[in-house]
Design a protein around this ligand. Structure first.
Ligand SMILES: [Zn+2]
Ligand SMILES: [Zn+2]
Length: 361
């Protein structure tokens, strides 16, 4: 495929203003230096997308401009190369990464480009695709070579769209380190939690306890968590802290991973982790969380924040490709881009046991 074969117009989900979005025709973008043009084949709806679409993400701070195209969990194939690209070739199948640092600041120099000091500064080269730069709910999109990763031919585009979520969980676990043979608690069996459960097992955890809502055994998420080898704690029928202590001979877990984003659940973490243990927070908390910090001091507990998924996509791809992480089990629905509204409703209302919903442009 050469440039001349690429249609000048493409279909995209365009956000015009908070709460106002539709699938319509827009100009197909052209790749700049060190960028590629990708034919997007699959995009997974993220929990942040409904917030972004209604102007509620990060207190309405993002996006920075309208109209914009959201979507950041995607896979597709390269159809054109911008000037200077030698890292990829046309036809390469790739999965995307949302964060691309400026490459100039101290955080970027340390490899911590998710914390780029020029965050939101497009002129400095920073990108946060699907949030403050156009993203993947489109037939085509341009991406910098730093924000794409090759996926093997054996991996479907739907699985490729799950690389982002898997890498989010993996980055959190890498921050704290999974204790070999140890006990890990995952709070919140959503897509990130179910990936964290599998990552913890792949990285050598001996036991994984999953804390979630069981809805009297009707919760599809808890069912999947059990099938993936998790021991279940149902907050609707038991006190999560006492139950975790009971399951660990009164000592608590070596590592607690909070993926639910609930302030209440966050306050449980310090009381279910063992002395000298670690906590990773991957949730997005809107209100302050109350707990006595003395527990953290006297038990020498380490708390890690975890943002995005820097330097974790290639490893996530290996874990999925080798079968150590099963993302197919989390994909419950697939819709064409034209049916975005239906796809979003299915995801938000968790219709028909929806866990991860994929959109195909
Ligand atoms: Zn996401
Ligand atoms: Zn930077």
């Amino acid at each position: 495929m050469s440039f001349s074969d690429i249609p000048p117009k493409m279909k995209a989900l365009v956000l015009e203003a908070p709460g106002k979005y539709s699938v319509r025709w827009v100009d197909t973008p052209k790749p700049g230096p060190y960028e590629v043009l990708v034919r997007v084949r699959a995009v997974a709806i993220c929990g942040s997308d409904p917030l972004l679409l209604t102007g509620k993400f990060a207190g309405g701070k993002y996006p920075l401009f309208y109209p914009m195209i959201p979507g950041h969990e995607w896979a597709g194939e390269i159809v054109a190369l911008g000037p200077g690209v030698t890292e990829f070739k046309i036809g390469d199948r790739v999965a995307g990464e949302a964060h691309k640092g400026c490459g100039l600041c101290n955080m970027c120099k340390k490899g911590r480009y998710n914390l780029c000091e020029n965050f939101g500064n497009m002129e400095k080269g920073h990108r946060w695709y699907g949030f403050i730069a156009n993203g993947a709910y489109a037939q085509y999109q341009v991406y910098h070579v730093k924000a794409i990763h090759k996926i093997p031919d054996t991996m479907s585009f739907e699985e490729g769209a799950m690389v982002d979520t898997t890498a989010i969980a993996l980055h959190g676990l890498k921050r704290a380190g999974v204790p070999p043979g140890g006990t890990v608690v995952i709070i919140g069996p959503g897509p990130v939690g179910l990936c964290a459960l599998q990552c913890a097992k792949a990285l050598g955890a001996g036991r994984v306890i999953v804390v979630g809502r069981g809805h009297g055994g009707r919760s599809n998420r808890m069912k999947v968590a059990r099938e993936l080898g998790g021991e279940l704690v149902d907050v609707e029928i038991e006190d999560p802290v006492s139950r975790v202590l009971e399951l660990t001979n009164g000592k608590g877990a070596d590592l607690v991973v909070e993926c639910s984003g609930s302030e209440e659940a966050c306050s449980w973490t310090v009381n279910m982790v063992r002395k000298g243990g670690s906590i990773v927070l991957i949730g997005n908390y809107k209100k302050p969380v109350n707990y006595l910090m003395s527990k953290v001091v006297f038990d020498e507990i380490t708390i890690y924040g975890s943002r995005g998924n820097p330097n974790a996509s290639d490893e996530a791809i290996n874990l999925i490709a080798s079968g150590k992480i099963n993302v197919k089990k989390l994909i419950t629905h697939v819709f064409p881009l034209d049916e975005f509204a239906k796809a979003l409703e299915t995801f938000v209302k968790r219709l028909e046991g929806a866990i991860k919903v994929i959109v195909k442009p």
